[in-house]
Design a protein around this ligand. Structure first.
Ligand code: NAP
Length: 267
């Protein structure tokens, strides 16, 4: 696994972590156990950065993540998110406490504002985030789906802490961050956490066979390799299938030649 720095913290995170949207939705105890095992397998493979949110499966995603890391908690970085309806000061505190309970942990490594909400002053939200840092409930503060302006405002609203990351959609199929959000993250040294890096499972079927053969990669591996080609980017593909997890964990060991990244973008 390749590692990247989380914002300016000096802390290392894997270039490929794991998403958990839809994890926590299950009908049987067996299905739940398989989700726990998949996350554990991913951690064993080096993807020890798990992204969840209070709204995923109405909190059950956090419960499954908590169960998966029992016994290995100190080796895993957990990221969760406070929902847009919870951005007033006291709601942020309560949402975080509820997430900690569901995760069964004393702290969240990266706590992110899931979406901006212009009806709540960002200063109010960020003052609650800083209180959570001070209390040791969260280690780092991040945002998600924030524009450059919204990120700047959030950073300016913090007294002592920093915004370390912005989690946004980024894949070969969705490159909207490239004109402004990605350059901003590079310049300001924020980590761009790429969500839906496999286009929500609509893995590209147009990648030239010659390219796949040249690097002995699958289309999904090419997509993950491409999205994390920038040192400022980490990706959080969601995979329940063990074969997918193995593919994803092995997707960044080789760098493509710059011209081949160009070919990929045209495919
Ligand atoms: P994604 O990771 O782009 O795609 C997930 C889909 O790809 C699943 O159906 C998975 O199948 C499949 N897949 C995984 N590895 C594969 C492989 N090697 N080959 C072929 N197919 C593969 O989509 P996502 O779940 O939308 O995004 C990832 C994570 O980002 C989420 O889980 C969530 O944590 C986060 N997210 C955040 C936001 C936000 O607003 N901040 C929004 C959306 C998502 P299997 O499960 O069957 O393996």
């Amino acid at each position: 696994m390749e590692y990247r720095l989380l914002g300016r913290t000096g802390e290392k995170i894997p270039a490929i972590g794991m998403g958990t949207w839809r994890i926590g939705s299950y009908n049987t105890a067996e299905e739940r156990a398989a989700q726990v095992r998949a996350l554990q397998k991913g951690v064993e493979l080096g993807m020890n950065f798990i992204d969840t949110a209070e709204i995923y499966a109405s909190g059950r995603s956090e419960e499954v993540v908590g169960e998966a890391v029992r016994g290995t908690r100190d080796k895993v970085l957990i990221a969760s998110k406070v929902a847009p309806g919870h951005l007033h000061h006291d709601d942020v505190i309560r949402a975080c406490q509820a997430s900690l309970r569901r995760l069964g942990t004393g702290h969240i490594d990266l706590y992110q504002v899931h979406w901006p909400d212009s009806s709540v002053p960002i200063k109010e939200t960020m003052s609650a985030m800083e209180e959570l840092v001070k209390a040791g409930s969260i280690r780092h503060i991040g945002v998600s789906n924030f524009s450059v302006k919204e990120t700047d405002d959030a950073r300016a609203a913090l007294a002592k802490s920093e915004i370390v990351s912005n989690q946004v959609e980024y894949s070969l199929s969705n490159r909207y961050v490239e004109p402004d959000i990605l350059p901003y993250c590079r310049k300001e040294k924020l980590t761009l956490i790429a969500y839906s890096p496999l286009a929500r499972g609509r893995v590209a079927d147009t990648i030239p066979q010659a390219l796949l053969r040249k690097y002995n990669m699958t289309p999904a591996q090419m997509m993950l390799n491409w999205v994390t080609r920038d040192e400022q980017v980490v990706a959080i593909p969601k995979a329940a299938d063990i074969g997918h997890l193995e593919e994803n964990a092995a997707s960044v060991s080789t760098k493509l030649a710059p011209a081949d990244y160009g070919l990929l973008e045209k495919s």
